[in-house]
Design a protein. Structure first.
Lengths: 368, 304
């Protein structure tokens, strides 16, 4: 046991002294969360818009203030007439324009009906739809406020509510995906490389000519990466809760237990690769091509599995990340308990056991 | 202590014979040297004796344990230092030593007396990472790590390759001291000048043992006479010597050319040679009879 602890300590030295790798290990999840969370969402923030106010009355000012207060829009000053507005659209300076007609408030108060023109740059249709939706919801909000104090309703406002994701946030889908990706990368590739490194540098030769059991060499390699991966899980979850404001609906404990299971699955995969390869480059290539690529393609994180041809759907079943993705999505977003994910858990256990047994069997106690 | 019986090892499914029918015995407390150029099969023999490779034929025992069946006992009792530096470059001297001590179920303190002589030389740098050490210091550290569990047999595969001459000399002195502690040592080296420092040596070439004896025994067994020749215009001398009758074998050896010839009673070779070279127009001719070195013996065995 003392041997094992010393060995694990040595592994920690290896990891902690390799500054560059360490930076990648801990920087990668942060960078991925930030990239997916802010750069690659269908959410629109700080879109440049103009308000062309022909009314200049209390009502138009109120609506403009509300729009200005929203983080989605950035109102550009100085573009007040129609010609300049059109020019700005053409040059791509603005994405949306709101035009208040003359007598806006009068129409609203006396005829109980008023119009606002919302012009959007539809060259990016997704963006345009999102932006007009934002604007109309702000206007509806204002109308509701008016109606509260009125005896006669000004307009019937439809009630819209979106389940799970009221602001159409992109985050819920990618956080589990990033988790699967990062864990795959850290656990599979790093473990595989670190074991093959011992073969490559010749230290495995010395370790074999010692009373220390070869299997323990392998197992003690896995321990530090289990810890590192758990830290990554924690940092991804903390970022998603505090930076992306995406709460974990289900149990944290269950989420961590399932993550630990998936990490162990990845570690056995890494060990398996390391046993079958002789150089760090080969180990890295196999980990990248054989593990990361399928994780991206078949986990359902980037491309929906339901839309794939049947053969690919069948292949996706042997990708461990697919099951982990389902598990995390269920716990984090839907708040499902263990009773809802026991099947996926069982499949992950099966894959882990399979690779563990195969690795143990193919482990060589000699150089050949 | 170590016995090999007709050990054979092939690679590439028998296409390459690395070790060919090798047998020898190493006594307890002996400093035994495997001498031969690269590719002679030295490392393969070491790896078979340390149970890292399985022989294709023959049997061998280390400290009474069979190298195939009892590999576990052998692994916990021998010390092995592979041909290239195989310690953890990102761990310090101290950490490497403690790590290997623990892996072998012992502590640095317990066997410190064994490594003390060597360790004090590298102790001032004990916080330095192994990757940043000089070649000589790396070898000393590797030797400490191989010794820390008080092995019964020590296998050193080319420990002095790539090490400066001063460190090489120091290294051999350390081996002598270890021998006095009763540790059996098997060492391999491509340097012929190190052979005379061993108790007994096996000269190897192409997987075969050419000769096994004490260095003195091998030199005494030199079958003919050896002369060293030097003159002005050495490049021309190399071309002129092969025209001598009766023909002999000659090769460059340092600043001399060594000549190996069978001496007939009626032909005083030094006078004849000097006469021959004077006629050929050489000046400052120097011909002396010399005692062969191990390298001369090795060359003689190869040309046989």
């Amino acid at each position: 046991m003392k041997q094992f602890i010393t060995f694990v300590k040595k592994e920690f030295y290896h990891v902690l002294r390799d500054r560059r790798t360490l930076l990648i290990l801990f920087g990668m999840p942060v960078a991925q969360i930030l990239i997916f969370g802010f750069a690659l969402t269908n959410e629109v923030k700080n879109a440049k818009i103009v308000v062309v106010d022909h009314a200049k009355d209390e009502a138009s000012r109120h609506i403009t203030e509300r729009i200005a207060a929203s983080q989605y829009f950035d109102i550009q000053e100085g573009l007040m007439d129609r010609d300049r507005m059109e020019a700005a659209f053409k040059e791509g300076q603005i994405k949306l324009a709101i035009v208040f007609p003359r007598n806006f408030r009068n129409d609203l108060l006396h005829q109980n009906h008023a119009q606002i023109q919302v012009v959007a740059d539809a060259s990016d249709p997704n963006n345009a739809t999102t932006l007009t939706n934002y604007v109309s919801s702000i206007i509806q909000d204002y109308q509701m406020g008016l109606n509260e104090n009125a005896t006669l309703p000004y307009q019937i406002v439809p009630q819209i509510r979106m389940l799970y994701n009221p602001q159409l946030k992109g985050a819920p889908n990618f956080v589990p995906g990033v988790m699967a990706l990062v864990l795959m990368l850290v656990s599979v590739m790093m473990t595989a490389i670190s074991i093959v490194k011992e073969k490559e540098t010749g230290t495995m030769e010395i370790l074999l000519v010692s009373p220390f059991k070869p299997v323990w060499v392998i197992l003690s390699k896995a321990v530090p990466y289990l810890f590192l991966s758990l830290i990554n899980v924690l940092s991804i979850l903390l970022m998603s809760v505090f930076v992306l404001q995406l709460p974990v609906m289900g149990s944290w404990l269950l989420l961590f237990a399932e993550s630990t299971l998936f990490i162990i699955t990845c570690l056995t995969l890494g060990i398996f690769i390391s046993i079958k390869t002789q150089s760090q480059q080969v180990a890295m290539l196999i980990s990248l091509m054989g593990m990361l690529l399928p994780t991206m393609m078949f986990s359902g994180f980037m491309f929906p599995i339901e839309n794939m041809p049947v053969p690919l759907q069948i292949i996706s079943n042997i990708v461990p990340a697919k099951w982990f993705y389902i598990i995390v999505k269920s716990i984090m977003i839907k708040g499902v308990g263990f009773e809802g994910i026991w099947k996926e858990t069982l499949i992950l256990c099966g894959i882990t056991l399979f690779f563990f047994v195969v690795s143990l069997r193919s482990f060589k106690i000699r150089l050949e | 202590m170590v016995t090999l019986n007709n050990i054979t090892k092939t690679y590439n499914k028998g296409a390459l014979k690395a070790v060919d029918n090798v047998s020898f015995t190493v006594e307890k407390g002996e400093l035994f040297g495997l001498i031969g150029p690269d590719g002679a099969g030295k490392s393969s023999i070491f790896r078979m004796l340390t149970t890292l490779l399985l022989p294709d034929g023959g049997t061998a025992t280390v400290d009474g344990h069979d190298i195939v069946k009892d590999y576990k006992q052998i692994r916990s009792s021998v010390g092995y230092m592979p041909g290239r530096f195989s310690l953890y470059q990102d761990l310090s001297i101290e950490e490497n030593l403690h790590f290997f001590a623990t892996v072998f179920n012992t502590t640095v303190e317990e066997n410190y007396h064994l490594i003390e002589d060597i360790y004090v030389q590298i102790a001032p740098f004990k916080k330095r990472r192994a990757g940043k050490l000089s070649g000589g210091m790396k070898q000393k550290l590797a030797l400490c790590c191989a010794l820390i569990h008080k092995p019964t047999v020590l296998f050193l595969d080319e420990p002095t390759t790539g090490v400066d001459p001063v460190s090489r000399k120091e290294f051999w002195e350390m081996l002598k001291r270890l021998k006095q502690q009763g540790i059996t040592i098997l060492v391999s080296t491509p340097y012929m000048d190190e052979a005379s420092l061993c108790d007994r040596i096996a000269l190897m070439q192409n997987g075969r043992v050419l000769s096994i004896d004490t260095p003195q025994g091998i030199i005494a067994g030199y079958p003919s006479s050896l002369y060293a020749v030097k003159a002005t215009d050495m490049p021309r001398l190399i071309h002129v010597l092969p025209t001598y009758e009766p023909p002999f074998n000659s090769y460059i050896f340092g600043e001399y050319i060594h000549i190996d010839m069978r001496v007939m009673d009626d032909q005083p070779p030094i006078e004849n040679l000097t006469h021959f070279l004077t006629n050929a127009g050489f000046e400052d001719i120097e011909v002396v009879s010399i005692t062969p070195t191990i390298e001369d013996c090795f060359i003689k065995m190869l040309t046989k």
